[in-house]
Design a protein around this ligand. Structure first.
Ligand SMILES: O=c1ccn([C@@H]2O[C@H](COP(=O)(O)OP(=O)(O)O[C@H]3O[C@H](CO)[C@@H](O)[C@H](O)[C@H]3O)[C@@H](O)[C@H]2O)c(=O)[nH]1
Ligand SMILES: [Mn+2]
Length: 557
């Protein structure tokens, strides 16, 4: 386990990216915002509703701006040192990896296969890993695809490790042509692996491949199944009964591990004791997107993500996250002694028989696995410890009933300067990460669509839910696979991103009513601008006569 000596260099370091000039810009914007609000207050008259509404909107904007700026104030990143981990930690802890899928049509099994293969092939001792797939669609197609994938894994995993392949999702890897001399051993292995990948056949070495488990829980009409959250709870229970690893990774089926060292990187953070021995409940990795339209997310993640890392750490993003099992089972920082064992008070509180049964259900095996996890008793053989019977028991839809599973997310002048500064600021954020002005413009447009569409509709939705009138439903998003992703082989990998695909960078809109409010506001704005320019023409013709000018109303969200 980790060496406790504090004189050794750390396994992971926090690197700060504070910038004085950026802070100066932020403070200037803050000054401008406050002077705008002050101006509004000083010139407020009670019967001017437009003025009052504008004031309220600006208050709201200032509040949100303050929140975002506070978040971004002290950006930082955590840098793991893998060589130090390999040198000091000889017995790495086990990790259970979870992949969720729900619909073989919307989520083609080939996606799930790639996700799973990228996880099975990570640089980590195979006997310390187990990969569980939960299939809420209970699909025979997904099942058989995964069965084939498990055969291919026996060739794929050793191949990746032998040649130190970085991105270990085959569809991604085989987009690149082989980069070696024709007759080299590597190119022969490459060809062979590719042929097997395309023909889906394979035999190979089992020892190098982690455990791989396919599960599908029971669902019945009158039982809430809690969508992905329910699937995650089920995965936690079943893996608890089978491998009970102290760490768990969850990945959506439309993602893959794009870094072969991801698990060891997470361990550097979990096992770095010098910051605070019990400091870390989860490690969230940033998400990257291989199709178009993701520039905005990259920018958000770079600035807001680093900002979060600089304050208390990241927020859980739903995928690409490692959790500790003990924290999932109710452990908090105060429950631990210096040596990370449970304190006596915590032992009484967490391990009381009534609490265990109430929170985790009636399965004796389940309760034992929770106790083992809380007391850090590892599964000695790193094998699948239980037969599938207890696992089936915890997969019934009534298992969660009456337990805690599933319950537990100069006015105009100021305005123009502000709007100008805001635009320049967001533009700078985009350009400093290498994106074009066009991509910034597309993201700005999309913000308007989001605020007038999804945000607007989400408010009545939440109100109805709070009033108990409606239930939240989870519609699995359709994972479209672009043509370039399906065509493997002869195309260079950059092909996807160089804009040669005429449909890249385009959004797909269906005939949804959600676009009505945005379109309506756009039309109002256009009419107002047209009216304004007509009014200007008329007034310039009448030499300042007292013709009324129609003031444009421009709504900006
Ligand atoms: O009943 C269900 C519904 C969904 N899923 C899985 O949940 C994941 C996310 O579903 P998806 O339809 O892809 O939702 P997105 O909107 O893309 O997901 C975002 O939003 C989700 C809900 O907040 C988060 O869990 C995800 O991590 C986040 O990427 C997928 O692996 C699904 O297979 C299930 O297992 N069971
Ligand atoms: Mn998704």
């Amino acid at each position: 386990m980790a060496d406790k000596s504090s004189s050794l260099p750390p396994l992971c370091e926090r690197i700060s990216y504070k910038s004085r000039s950026l802070r100066a810009v932020d403070l200037t914007i803050l000054g401008l915002l406050f002077s705008l609000l002050l101006y509004r207050i000083r010139h407020m008259s009670q019967n001017d509703t437009v003025w009052v509404v504008a004031f309220l909107c600006e208050c709201c904007f200032t509040f949100i701006w303050l929140l975002i700026t506070c978040t971004k104030w002290s950006p930082a990143e955590h840098k793991p040192y893998l060589d130090r981990l390999d040198e000091r930690v000889h017995e790495l802890p086990s990790v259970d990896m979870f992949v969720t899928t729900a619909d073989p049509v919307r989520e083609p099994p080939i996606l799930v296969v790639n996700t799973v293969l990228s996880l099975l092939a990570v640089n980590y001792p195979a006997n310390k890993l187990a990969c569980y797939v939960s299939d809420d669609g209970c699909s025979a197609l997904t099942y058989f695809s995964l069965k084939e994938a498990s055969k291919f894994a026996k060739i794929w995993v050793p191949f990746c490790k032998k040649y130190n392949v970085r991105v270990r999702a085959p569809f991604r890897y085989f987009l690149n042509p082989v980069d070696a001399k024709e007759d080299s051993e590597f190119s022969r292995d490459w060809e062979m692996t590719k042929v097997i990948w395309e023909n889906e056949e394979g035999v190979g070495d089992e020892k190098e491949v982690p455990h791989f488990v396919y599960i599908s829980r029971e669902k019945k009409p009158n039982y809430l199944h809690h969508y992905k959250a329910g699937a995650m709870n089920f995965l936690v229970r079943v893996s608890g009964l089978m491998t009970n690893a102290p760490y768990m990774l969850n990945v959506d089926c439309d993602m893959y591990a794009n870094e072969a060292d991801v698990v060891r990187q997470a361990m550097c953070i979990f096992m770095e004791g010098s910051m605070n021995p019990n400091h870390c409940a989860f490690v969230q990795f940033p998400q990257k997107f291989y199709d178009s339209n993701s520039d905005e997310i990259v920018v958000l993640q770079s600035y807001v993500g680093r900002g979060f890392a600089g304050i208390q750490g990241p927020v859980y993003a739903g995928s690409g996250c490692f959790h500790t099992r003990r924290v999932m089972y109710g452990l908090s920082v105060d429950d631990l002694e210096e040596d990370r064992n449970l304190s006596s008070v915590a032992t009484r509180k967490l391990l009381a028989a009534e609490r265990l049964e109430r929170d985790f259900g009636k399965s004796k095996e389940m309760v034992k696995s929770v106790v083992d996890a809380l007391q850090r008793k590892s599964n000695p053989q790193d094998t699948l410890i239980n037969s599938s019977e207890p696992a089936q028991a915890v997969g019934h839809c009534h298992y969660e009933y009456q337990t805690s599973w599933g319950k537990t997310g100069v006015c105009l002048g100021i305005v123009f300067t502000l709007v100008g500064m805001h635009c320049l600021y967001t533009l700078w954020e985009f350009m400093s990460l290498g994106f074009s002005v066009h991509s910034w413009y597309a993201s700005q447009s999309f913000w308007r669509i989001k605020t007038t569409g999804s945000w607007l509709f989400s408010i009545p939705d939440i109100i109805l839910k709070l009033l108990g009138v409606s239930n939240t439903i989870f519609i699995v998003t359709k994972k479209t696979i672009s043509k370039t992703r399906l065509e493997s082989g002869d195309r260079p990998s950059q092909k996807e991103d160089d804009g040669s695909n005429p449909d890249s960078n385009k959004f797909e809109f269906d005939g949804s009513l959600y676009f009505l409010p945005g379109t309506f506001i756009l039309l109002v704005n256009l009419t107002a601008i047209a009216g304004f320019s007509m009014g200007l023409q008329r007034s310039s013709r009448s030499y300042g006569g007292n013709g009324k000018i129609w003031h444009p109303t421009v709504y900006s969200f």
